[in-house]
Design a protein around this ligand. Structure first.
Ligand SMILES: CC/C=C\C/C=C\C/C=C\C/C=C/C(=O)SCCNC(=O)CCNC(=O)[C@H](O)C(C)(C)COP(=O)(O)OP(=O)(O)OC[C@H]1O[C@@H](n2cnc3c(N)ncnc32)[C@H](O)[C@@H]1OP(=O)(O)O
Ligand SMILES: Cc1cc2nc3c(=O)[nH]c(=O)nc-3n(C[C@H](O)[C@H](O)[C@H](O)COP(=O)(O)OP(=O)(O)OC[C@H]3O[C@@H](n4cnc5c(N)ncnc54)[C@H](O)[C@@H]3O)c2cc1C
Length: 632
């Protein structure tokens, strides 16, 4: 599943990368440890001639618990996508050698989603050939950018470009924040950490106030637009191209989601295989909880999602690379498609894994509430994915906006993009392919059902919008009246994408892999499809993609699938080939000795380093001895 990291032994031989000890670290210690790790991985890369892919896999092996995440995943990619060749020649070598450390400063205290309303301004001063950057009021300060708080020496600041009295919209500006001599903030710069978060506390997400900070004109990243010395604004590409970095990170988030749900399903399934609790026959032996149908029903969706997201990431990476290559040659034809697809799939993937990770946590009983199980920590670290790089609701709506355009083209007899080619079909010519129970075991039949449900959801909201407009509602009211249906249509399209990628990937694999493996993957793909229909059965019925009889057959087949997957469940998570130090879980170790590892972890608990707690001498001793307590 994960490209086997041939350098795993080198990485995990070093105490720095052995994760047991992170519990109990303060924020400053977590922050320092993360920086230390990234720089040490960089040294290992040089010492062992690792490739960039090896470096990236090492970061993933550590669950991104490393420093400079935004520098690596946004600051450098933003220079590559938003800077001219000359600007790249200046800034990329500095960034890639860590001579400057960057962040991507777009979100403000008052605005994150609505980029048009960002308040930070960059006003061109022709007298000095500079931009003056300011955050005019409290709500304008940049707030959230990773590494901004204590690390970044530079930021790509997204600001409204002002020339004279005209606002030319959001543009990217390279701003130095700190001295490269003593790391002190430069004049006009007020910067700091925004405080502890639910998770990811090794990252110094920060705030930034800009008080009339002056930067040279050449610091405006000018691949897509520039300002001439005499103050003319020249747009060389669509201003949407300035959104390109976000598209890339949304793709990365799909893989991040895949990585986290693999960890969660591995912990839940391995622990469920060793945990014995209760028995079905009175007086009989205690059962592996993995044999309870309800336990399988809880955690096999995370197993199927792991494989579904793996195949979708692989497919979307190919789609992105084709689009990005064209965009960087100035051909924006695929920009709308890749934006619509990745907006929706980032939202769907992060929604899916946050839900399934909680089910994995619950499936571990009380021990799932211990930090040493790591499944809860994994969930906390994954929660931001439903917000970062675009709040999921807003991302679904961007996807829906794209789908509405595509169905309008389809209905007008025009060409549509490949991912929405199903919208060209005649929706009324559909007949449910499942006409008897055994038809439910055909993933291709299920794919037709997903297709009809998505087509129906998109067509239905398009019709309702048209009806509202023809009834006299203005565009924004009509839209707001249908936001829930628009989100539903986007989710239906995304779920179809996952199912399609799963079916097509397994079909391609079975041409080269053993029949045994093919049959296991087919079974998992089938289960993913059946479960997806059951969990959204109302929408599948409403779209008439299935009827009640088909739903009855599908539900029965889903439960049969659980039993079919059971014998291979542990092997399917072992196939992730994740090192114990990556998973870090006392419950999910390869050796299965969950209780021993839990007890080892408890013994490492700092409170257990002394037998008698300090509180005994302060409070408990007099209390227990019946002595009067001193005034507290
Ligand atoms: C090693 C580490 C691995 C991985 C790292 C992963 C994550 C790192 C962790 C955290 C980092 C977090 C970083 C951040 O969060 S950065 C900030 C992210 N912020 C957002 O995403 C803001 C979301 N809001 C928006 O994108 C826009 O405001 C919105 C799209 C909602 C609205 O855009 P706009 O105001 O321009 O209006 P519209 O009319 O909707 O769109 C106009 C037009 O532009 C097209 N469009 C919009 N966005 C994009 C895009 N990204 N790419 C291309 N095109 C875009 C849109 O389709 C419209 O086009 P058209 O319909 O043709 O008019
Ligand atoms: C861990 C973390 C790291 C981050 N790192 C960075 C970073 O490095 N750089 C950076 O610039 N930013 C960063 N961010 C900020 C992030 O990009 C924003 O939080 C995100 O874009 C959401 O915007 P918001 O916070 O303004 O939410 P809001 O948009 O205020 O969302 C609040 C609610 O309003 C709803 N809503 C908003 N607009 C609409 C709409 N048009 N239609 C329907 N509903 C709507 C949302 O669905 C949500 O329910 C980070 C955030 C987090 C949590």
């Amino acid at each position: 599943m994960q490209k086997t990291f041939k350098n795993e032994k080198i990485l995990f031989a070093e105490p720095l990368f052995q994760c047991d000890g992170l519990a109990g670290f303060t924020r400053s210690e977590l922050y320092e440890n993360a920086i230390h790790r990234t720089l040490r991985i960089n040294q290992l890369k040089k010492e062992h001639n690792w490739t960039q892919e090896d470096f990236d896999i090492a970061i993933r092996c550590l669950n991104y618990e490393v420093g400079f995440v935004i520098h690596l995943s946004m600051f450098i990619p933003a220079i590559e996508r938003l800077a001219t060749d000359d600007q790249k020649a200046k800034w990329l070598p500095l960034a890639e050698s860590y001579r400057i450390l960057g962040t991507y400063a777009q979100t403000e205290l008052g605005h994150g989603t609505n980029l048009m309303a960002l308040e930070t301004t960059a006003t061109f001063d022709p007298r000095t050939d500079e931009f003056v950057l300011r955050t005019p009021q409290l709500s304008s300060m940049k707030w959230w950018p990773g590494s901004l708080g204590k690390t970044a020496t530079h930021a790509i600041v997204l600001a409204q470009l002002i020339i004279g009295n005209k606002n030319y919209g959001m543009n990217p500006f390279m701003v130095q924040l700190r001295s490269l001599e003593d790391h002190m903030p430069l004049p006009g710069i007020i910067v700091g950490d925004i405080g502890a978060k639910l998770g990811a506390n090794s990252n110094d997400n920060g705030f930034l106030i800009l008080n009339d900070v002056r930067i040279p004109r050449e610091n405006m990243l000018a691949r897509n637009s520039k300002v001439t010395k005499d103050g003319r604004y020249i747009q060389t590409s669509t201003n949407k191209a300035n959104y390109a970095t976000m598209v890339l990170v949304r793709l990365s988030i799909i893989r991040w989601a895949e990585d986290t749900i693999k960890n969660g399903s591995l912990i839940a399934i391995r622990y469920s295989a060793v945990r014995r609790q209760s028995s079905l026959q009175a007086g009989g032996p205690e059962m592996q909880v993995l044999d309870y149908q309800t336990q399988q029903y809880k955690i096999f969706p995370s197993l199927a999602a792991s494989y579904a997201l793996f195949f979708t990431y692989e497919a979307m990476m190919k789609e992105y690379e084709i689009a990005y290559a064209q965009i960087m040659r100035g051909n924006n034809q695929l920009l709308g498609q890749i934006h619509g697809q990745l907006s929706g799939l980032k939202a769907f993937a992060s929604d899916l894994v946050t839900y399934e990770l909680e089910m994995c946590r619950r499936s571990c009983g009380g021990h799932g509430y211990l930090k040493a199980s790591v499944v809860g920590e994994t969930l906390l670290h994954t929660l931001p994915l439903v917000t970062v790089e675009g709040d999921n609701t807003v991302m679904y709506l961007q996807c829906a906006r794209y789908l509405l355009k595509q169905i309008a083209k389809a209905l007008a007899g025009q060409d549509v993009d490949e991912p929405t080619s199903y919208l060209k079909k005649d929706i009324l010519s559909y007949t449910c392919p499942v006409q008897k129970g055994e038809h439910c075991t055909n993933p291709n039949y299920l794919l037709k059902i997903y297709t009809q449900r998505a087509h129906s959801a998109i067509a239905s909201v398009a019709r309702q919008l048209q009806f509202d407009l023809e009834s006299g509602k203005d565009q924004s009211s009509a839209f707001n009246n249908n936001l829930v249906s628009l989100v539903q249509a986007a989710k239906a399209h995304c779920q179809l994408c996952l199912m399609k990628n799963f079916v097509e990937s397994v079909s391609a694999l079975e041409r080269t892999c053993s029949e045994n493996l093919a049959s296991v993957l087919r079974q998992l793909c089938l289960y993913f499809g059946l479960h997806g229909i059951v969990t959204a059965s109302g929408e599948f019925l409403e779209s008439e993609a299935i009827g009640l009889q088909q739903l009855e057959w599908i539900k029965a087949e889903e439960l049969k699938s659980l039993a079919a997957i059971r014998p291979n469940a542990v092997a399917l998570v072992d196939a992730f080939d994740l090192h114990d130090q990556t998973v870090m879980s006392a419950l999910g170790r390869y050796d299965g000795n969950a209780y021993q590892h839990l007890f080892e972890a408890a013994k490492r608990e700092p409170m257990n380093q002394t037998q008698v707690p300090p509180a005994y001498y302060k409070y408990l001793r007099d209390l227990i001895k019946g002595q009067p307590l001193a005034k507290l």
